[in-house]
Design a binder for this molecule. Structure first.
Ligand code: CO
Length: 136
């Protein structure tokens, strides 16, 4: 069911500082910031030869990453994202096996314009997993 690693997401308290770090200190290609109000985050993507890193900064009063940054003020790895071919089929199979999908369980459009769902970290070794539908 799981396809390629699409990205690893890192929550950061200061996106401009994180962009400088990745661009200047680490010498990577960093995209322009993209505000995603419906997800409560501003994101940039760091393009690597084999995958991407997503840097996330809270956006708005009730950002879903605010609590994470309260516990880890320096930032940290927030989730991994793997590709699936059919997100509803993947979700239905996981729910049937007892896994919990966050929110109302319906896919939302993510940062790349593709449908995404998030799986409960307690069901997956303490790791928040994002599934993104990327047609083969
Ligand atoms: Co993501």
């Amino acid at each position: 069911m799981l396809g390629r690693l699409n990205h690893v997401a890192i929550a950061v308290p200061d996106l401009a500082a994180a962009m400088r770090l990745y661009r200047e200190t680490l010498g990577a290609d960093v995209s322009a910031p993209q505000a995603l109000p419906e997800h409560g985050v501003t994101v940039v993507f760091v393009d690597l030869p084999n995958t991407r890193i997503e840097l996330l900064e809270p956006l708005g009063a009730d950002s879903p990453i605010a609590g994470f940054l309260a516990r880890q003020p320096d930032g940290g790895i927030h989730h991994i994202c793997c590709e699936v071919e059919d997100i509803r089929a993947a979700r239905d199979r996981l729910v049937k096996d007892g896994a919990r999908v966050l929110g109302d369980g319906e896919p939302k459009i993510g940062a790349h314009g593709h449908p995404v769902v998030f799986l409960h970290p307690k069901d997956f070794c303490g790791t928040l997993i994002e599934l993104e539908e990327v047609p083969a």
